[in-house]
Design a protein around this ligand. Structure first.
Ligand SMILES: CCC(=O)SCCNC(=O)CCNC(=O)[C@H](O)C(C)(C)COP(=O)(O)OP(=O)(O)OC[C@H]1O[C@@H](n2cnc3c(N)ncnc32)[C@H](O)[C@@H]1OP(=O)(O)O
Length: 302
């Protein structure tokens, strides 16, 4: 099965909405690579355990849970495959507006399952696994949904990378994000370094990666990695996260999805390409139901 359609422009790509709308070549989006991708899946299946659970709610907000509590929600091979499948499912969820990514049992994610890391010792297989996760997390970030990572407990290594694949990060007051890769003799490979530089700038990214520095909520907010702090003990952090996210997901799905698309194209494309995309996306909402309703109501913005 091909993971996603290749190189179709944003507006024509109605089925797999955001996954691969950029025309740039993407390794796992090319038919020629399907066989290679199947080979990676076979290897990943050798490391089972845990699950990635997805609940699509009527509110238009989906809840994705990284679920492997006996290993602090580390990613087994089968979880990597499930993550890709869940992202695929979200790409075709046309009613969706928002996504919350969380870990099970009060902690976010401790990265790759170290048992799998130890077993996949040769660089070729390591690189294939890394490409698979890099592609999946890129697609996660490109979903036409406003996404937020709800970080409780620890987000370590690949878990920190997963948190950067969301638009926003909310932390409970005792939570920590740490790119521990250097301590493991590694660098991020799931796209976490590239995304981190875009979020916090290269100076801060260098400090976090070269120092494997622990990011608590205060420091995270200072550098722009953390968008809000949830108070542990005062209510349910998931309910608080849903409330926080609803300020951005309130309203019509096509408009919210369009907002995400124009911001994404502004972030990832050249100015000319981004302007073209913006025009096309604008055309999808102009004269649409939400626009006509606002005009009929003579909406004022006091
Ligand atoms: C992409 C690159 C990567 O992600 S490389 C992986 C980076 N992650 C790590 O190195 C995490 C290593 N683990 C730790 O530092 C600690 O276990 C953390 C997460 C801080 C939790 O500490 P603590 O609360 O004391 O619990 P614990 O150590 O007893 O752990 C509970 C059980 O979970 C396991 N666990 C934890 N992390 C992983 C992991 N990444 N892969 C596989 N198993 C993991 C621990 O081994 C422990 O298992 P057990 O109860 O001893 O059987």
């Amino acid at each position: 099965m091909a993971l996603c359609s290749v190189g179709r422009p944003l507006l024509q790509n109605t089925q797999r909405a955001s996954g691969c709308f950029f025309k740039r070549k993407q390794t796992f989006c090319c038919k020629a690579n399907v066989a290679q991708e199947e080979e990676v899946r076979l290897k990943l299946r050798l490391f089972p355990g845990g699950s990635i659970d997805l609940q699509k709610q009527e509110s238009g907000i989906a809840l994705m849970t990284v679920n492997n509590p006996s290993r602090m929600n580390a990613f087994s091979g089968s979880m990597m495959i499930e993550l890709e499948e869940r992202v695929c499912e979200l790409e075709s969820w046309t009613e969706g507006k928002g996504l919350i990514v969380q870990g099970a049992a009060g902690t976010f994610c401790s990265g790759s399952d170290l048992n799998a890391v130890r077993a996949i010792s040769n660089p070729q297989d390591g690189m294939k696994m890394c490409m698979f996760m890099q592609n999946t997390l890129t697609r996660l970030l490109r979903l036409p949904l406003i996404s937020v990572a709800l970080v409780e407990g620890k987000a370590l290594g690949g878990g920190a990378e997963l948190a950067t694949a969301c638009d926003f990060r909310l932390l409970t007051s005792d939570a920590v994000i740490q790119f521990v890769h250097k301590h493991m003799g590694l660098v991020p490979g799931w796209g976490g370094a590239a995304r981190l530089v875009r979020i916090v700038g290269s100076q801060n990214a260098l400090k976090l990666l070269a120092g494997a520095k622990k990011v608590d909520p205060d420091f995270g907010q200072q550098i722009g990695l953390v968008d809000g702090v949830l108070t542990v003990g005062e209510g349910n952090s998931l309910v608080e996260t849903e409330r926080w996210l609803s300020q951005f997901t309130k309203g019509s799905a096509p408009v919210i999805r369009a907002v995400k698309k124009v911001v994404l194209s502004g972030r990832e494309l050249s100015l000319d390409e981004a302007l073209t995309t913006e025009r096309h996306v604008f055309g999808t909402v102009w004269g649409g139901p939400a626009n006509l309703e606002a005009l009929a109501l003579k909406t004022k913005h006091k």
